[in-house]
Design a protein around this ligand. Structure first.
Ligand code: URA
Length: 220
């Protein structure tokens, strides 16, 4: 039914295009239309759950909004859901998630439920590819709103995609990891993505050092 509805809408749009109307870039529309997102996580989640602003919505099973302590002083941001996250609707619950949970519980000595965990994109990119800039930028208002509501003191960017879209900086992760960066409303530290650590176990030493910096910064 939904497919038929979408097909009819698409047909209408194509007819309008033939008549000379132009399509508007969804990102520009999002930025310029000044859509007010709600200031509480429940309402924001409802909107994100029915989002169809980018093509990832077509192939997702579940929107992976994020989870954890809504008043967390520490937030982790990954790249995007994988297969297990897409199937369950929860962030970081596959193999990379198990490693992230160990980093939180065995290095920081806090429970995973004490932090908040989210991603740059809330829907799984097919075959776990890197989200495109359009997908990441279209989804970013949801993440920025989550950050605004949660008000973490420190965000750990997991991997280069998270770092890039949180800071607009393209510096390679190997160059900036472990540095605490002061941004306007929060501080940020980047470290290797847990999936990278699974593929490159020798980098775990550096990620461990980064986690110790997190611990020291927050007096955990
Ligand atoms: N990788 C991510 O970046 N995020 C998840 O939620 C899971 C794996």
């Amino acid at each position: 039914m939904k497919n038929l509805y979408n097909a009819l809408n698409l047909k209408k749009l194509l007819t309008l295009k033939e008549l000379g109307f132009n399509f508007i870039d969804p990102i520009e529309e999002f930025k310029e239309s000044n859509i007010e997102l709600p200031n509480n996580l429940q309402s924001l989640k409802k909107i994100a759950n029915s989002c169809h602003l980018c093509q990832l919505s077509k192939s997702r099973t579940n929107v992976v909004f994020g989870e954890g302590n809504e008043k967390a002083q520490l937030m982790f941001v990954g790249e995007g859901p994988g297969a297990t996250e897409d199937a369950t609707g929860r962030p970081f619950v596959g193999r990379a998630g198990e490693l992230l949970t160990k980093m939180i519980e065995n290095v920081l000595y806090i429970k995973r439920s004490e932090v908040y965990i989210a991603n740059i994109v809330k829907c799984r990119p097919p075959n776990n590819r890197t989200p495109t800039p359009t997908e990441a930028l279209t989804c970013r208002p949801y993440l920025l709103k989550q950050i605004e509501i949660i008000k973490p003191k420190l965000i750990v960017a997991l991997g280069s995609t998270a770092y890039r879209y949180l800071t607009n900086d393209n510096t390679p992760i190997s160059k900036i990891r472990g540095n605490i960066i002061d941004l306007k409303d929060f501080s940020l530290i980047a470290t290797y993505h847990p999936s990278y650590l699974l593929r490159n176990p020798s980098a775990k030493k550096e990620a461990y050092v980064d986690m110790l910096k997190v611990k020291e910064f927050l007096n955990l």
